[in-house]
Design a protein around this ligand. Structure first.
Ligand SMILES: C[S@@+](CC[C@H](N)C(=O)[O-])C[C@H]1O[C@@H](n2cnc3c(N)ncnc32)[C@H](O)[C@@H]1O
Length: 264
């Protein structure tokens, strides 16, 4: 897990290119959220704010607060999303609710934050009794897109450039989250799902991953060297993701969900 901040390197426009696909897991999670206690909604690692907006649309009478460490992501959120949501710059590692939290929601963000053994119980304690912690994180390491990252990082050409750079960790196992959170919870729903996204274009895996998993590696390179790195990544990804019969690419992401209700 990288301990370096990646806050300055997220590219909201690139990230939003696959917004509909990226939103799919959250759209599966959101209908399961039943808010039975008064309080505010926090979206941790809110990125460009499109899911924060969905939370506000679902609960227009609640205060919704989007928290992210990236000034660029928050700038896009402020520009794209109409008034009515509070945006806060902050690091999830140090975050604490500043009001009663009926829901702490976090989608595709906590894998960037280290030490889940400490983090998850701490986040759960931020939730009001009867409130919800809802998280979705990708499980990346077994997947081709992550294997390509590792292979390049170890290659003679790039090894020296990435000595101090690490990809994010995978989340813990479902059973570990259960044991960490069950003392604080009255109810827990944990599940995992594979999403097989159909991608088109010349280097669709690179396009997807360059705004997420490659961020620490691109950050470590001067701008002039990034095209060569992306070209090498694309060559590996083309082998890891052979084209389907119709020329498209089936890009699989495995996602882990935890929905936990704080003990009353
Ligand atoms: C993959 S994006 C997810 C954005 C949004 N939640 C979504 O699902 O579309 C991950 C976001 O987490 C943010 N992030 C990463 N580490 C963070 C940290 N330690 N504290 C706050 N935000 C963080 C990044 O800036 C980025 O906006």
């Amino acid at each position: 897990m990288s301990t370096k901040s990646t806050s300055g390197t997220w590219n909201p426009d690139l990230y939003l290119r696959y917004a509909a696909y990226r939103a799919r897991p959250a759209e599966d999670l959101m209908p399961r959220l039943k808010l039975n206690v008064p309080g505010d909604i926090y979206d941790l690692g809110c990125g460009p704010g499109n899911l924060t907006q969905k939370l506000k649309d679902t609960w227009p009478d609640r205060n919704v607060i989007g928290v992210d460490s990236s000034p660029d992501m928050l700038k896009t959120a402020r520009e794209k999303i109409p008034n009515g949501i509070t945006w806060q710059q902050g690091d999830i590692s140090a975050w604490g609710a500043t009001s009663t939290a009926a829901l702490v929601f976090t989608n595709a963000a906590l894998h960037w934050v280290p030490d889940h053994k400490t983090l998850l119980p701490r986040l759960m304690r931020q939730v009001a009794p009867g409130g919800l912690l809802a998280m979705q994180v990708p499980v990346s390491h077994p997947e081709g897109y992550h294997q390509c990252i590792e292979e390049l990082a170890k290659s003679p050409k790039w090894h020296d450039r990435f000595k101090d750079v690490h990809a994010h960790d995978d989340p813990l196992a479902a059973s570990a989250y259960y044991d960490l959170l069950s003392p604080l919870c009255s109810d827990m729903d944990i599940w995992e799902t594979d999403y097989h996204h159909v991608l088109e274009g010349e280097n669709p895996v690179t396009e997807w991953i360059s705004s997420t998993g490659l961020v620490p590696f691109l950050t470590a390179l001067p701008e002039a060297d990034r095209p060569a790195y992306l070209a090498d990544y694309s060559a590996l990804a083309a082998k890891a993701y052979p084209r389907q019969a119709d020329g498209k690419v089936l890009f699989t992401m495995h996602r882990l969900f935890v929905l936990a209700t704080r003990k009353g």
